[in-house]
Each structure stands twice: as structure tokens, then as C-alpha cells.
Write a protein that binds this ligand. Structure first.
Ligand SMILES: [Cu+2]
Length: 304
């Protein structure tokens, strides 16, 4: 019996048409190696940043974080905004004005045009980061979303990541439906496709509400990841495949919704955190640790 179960667990991904994971059974050794830099491919130009182990980033002390004019050139007020002043109230995509929609699409397009999006998408295709079917799922994607939001704000500081409340608004957002960018991935250019509703139904509000009654993190997160998976398949096309899903802007709004649901659950279940320790608690390829991901206010954003 136990052997049969082991066998079925081993073969499951190839023949079960639906998702059934067990976080405890799927733990594997976590080994992380810095991938060769996608952002700095030319060693002559970028020096050590192009190597597998770029030099560590050393933050400036606070009083050295801004350039300052000479005393005789100083004209008050000359202020340099501290970088941790970033605050985002993430909006419901349904509530965006047409100006906000345009700004989001412009910022997303510009990031793509300056080759900043492709490398971020490629991070998602490297399963060494163990960001799916694992207690890292929620904290890892929380940091991943922040990185896109930070990039968007470099182009347009008024843009915050919208969320798509798909259990209530069970239709593909109309303002995104003709936006199908082509993103340069390490495997080559990928043009976003969709096949809405063809292969799954979208979990409804009752299914999402039921999550809030779950008391343990792993059970909650596993159930939420299942609901998230169905959303990916419901959109279809690029969203069905892990390496291409983040090319579609709906990926980020779908994940913002998942992150929002987790943030609400966190408020109702204080102290229930992902059971992660050692290297598994580091949200590689970034340096944030699991405790850093617990408080969205400390991370500089909220949901409205
Ligand atoms: Cu993912």
C-alpha cells in the first residue's frame, strides 16, 4: 500500500489531470547557485557583474545616499528622497481610470522595450528557487511582485501593481484583452497568447472565502496555491506554462490577488508563518528572508 502510494506520488505529474500536492511530501534539498547574469552579459563592459558571483552590493550609509552640492552652491530646499519612502496602495484593476490603465500599459511596455522584463520572467522559469508546490510559494512571489512594481515605478512613479479579484470579476479584464506583448526570453521571443476558459473554471468567491477558515499555514497556502493554479489554467495560453506566464500582465494582477488573500489571512492568523528555515528561508535569487516577507506595510504597500 505504502509502496503503491509512493509509486503514484512519483508518477502523479504525468497522469493526473488535476493538481494534488502535498507540501510535506514534496520537500527536496534546496541548493541555490547564482545563475550567470542575464542583465550583464558582457564581461568587458560590466566586469565582475557578468560573472556567476557578482560583487556584493554594499549600501551607502544614509548620509552618503545623496549627492550634495558644495556649501556655497547650496540652495534650500534641496532634498533627496530616501529610497525607503516608496508607498503603494495597490488598486483593484476594475477601479482603474483609463489614464491609470494607459500608464500601467505604457510602463509595462517600456520595461519590456528596455529588456528589463525578459530577465525577470526568466527567473520564474528556474525551479531551483522552489517557488511552486512548496511553502515558499507565497513569500517568494511576494518579493517577485515587488521587484516588478519597483521596475514599473522607475518608468512611472504613479504606477502601482493592480490586483484582479478573479473570484468576483469572473471575466478577463477587457482593458487588457488586446495587449499581448512579445517578450525576449532566454529561449527566444515569446508573444503572449490566451485561451480564456477553455481548460478550467475560475474558483468563485465561496471557494476563496472558505480559505479564511483554515488555521494552519501549510494547509492554507496549499489550498490557495491550488486556486491560483486554476486561475493560470483558466486564462490559458502563456499563463498555463511556468516559464512564460509572467510575460502576460494578468500574471502579476492574478498574483497580486493571491498575495492580497494571504495578507488578509495573515491579519486573521497572527504568528502563522511559513515553516521555513536555513537556505529555504532565503527568497533567492534575492536576499530577503521569510521574516522580511511577513508584513506588507513594512514592505511599503497595501491593498485598497
Ligand atoms: Cu509562479
Amino acid at each position: 500500500m505504502a509502496e503503491q502510494e509512493q509509486e503514484s506520488r512519483y508518477r502523479r505529474p504525468t497522469y493526473l489531470p488535476y493538481r494534488r500536492t502535498d507540501y510535506e511530501a514534496e520537500r527536496h534539498e534546496h541548493g541555490y547557485h547564482e545563475p550567470p547574469s542575464q542583465r550583464y552579459p558582457n564581461r568587458r563592459i560590466y566586469g565582475a557583474y557578468a560573472t556567476e558571483e557578482p560583487p556584493p552590493y554594499v549600501p551607502h550609509p544614509y548620509d552618503h545616499s545623496c549627492f550634495k552640492p558644495r556649501e556655497e552652491d547650496y540652495k534650500p530646499p534641496a532634498e533627496c528622497e530616501p529610497t525607503d519612502a516608496r508607498r503603494c496602495a495597490r488598486p483593484n484593476q476594475r477601479a482603474l481610470t483609463s489614464d491609470q490603465q494607459t500608464r500601467f500599459l505604457n510602463a509595462f511596455t517600456q520595461l519590456n522595450n528596455m529588456s528589463a522584463l525578459g530577465p525577470l520572467v526568466d527567473i520564474h522559469s528556474n525551479s531551483v528557487h522552489q517557488m511552486h508546490n512548496h511553502p515558499r510559494f507565497l513569500p517568494w512571489h511576494r518579493i517577485y511582485l515587488l521587484r516588478l512594481e519597483e521596475l514599473l515605478q522607475m518608468v512611472d512613479p504613479t504606477v502601482c501593481l493592480p490586483y484582479w479579484n478573479s473570484s468576483v470579476d469572473q471575466a478577463f479584464p477587457a482593458w487588457l484583452s488586446t495587449f499581448t506583448p512579445t517578450v525576449n526570453l532566454m529561449t527566444g521571443p515569446h508573444t503572449v497568447t490566451r485561451n480564456v476558459g477553455a481548460f478550467a473554471t475560475l474558483p468563485d468567491a465561496a471557494a476563496v472565502a472558505a480559505l479564511q477558515g483554515i488555521g494552519s499555514f501549510n494547509t492554507f497556502a496549499n489550498a490557495l496555491e491550488g486556486i491560483h493554479d486554476s486561475g493560470h489554467v483558466w486564462v490559458g495560453g502563456s499563463m498555463m506554462s511556468v516559464p512564460t506566464a509572467p510575460c502576460d500582465p494578468i500574471f502579476w494582477m492574478h498574483h497580486a490577488e493571491i498575495d492580497r488573500i494571504w495578507s488578509e489571512w495573515q491579519v486573521a492568523n497572527p504568528g502563522q508563518n511559513p515553516p521555513l528555515a536555513g537556505p529555504a528561508a532565503v527568497m533567492d535569487p534575492w536576499t530577503e528572508t521569510e521574516p522580511d516577507t511577513r508584513d506588507i506595510t513594512a514592505l511599503g504597500y497595501s491593498y485598497v
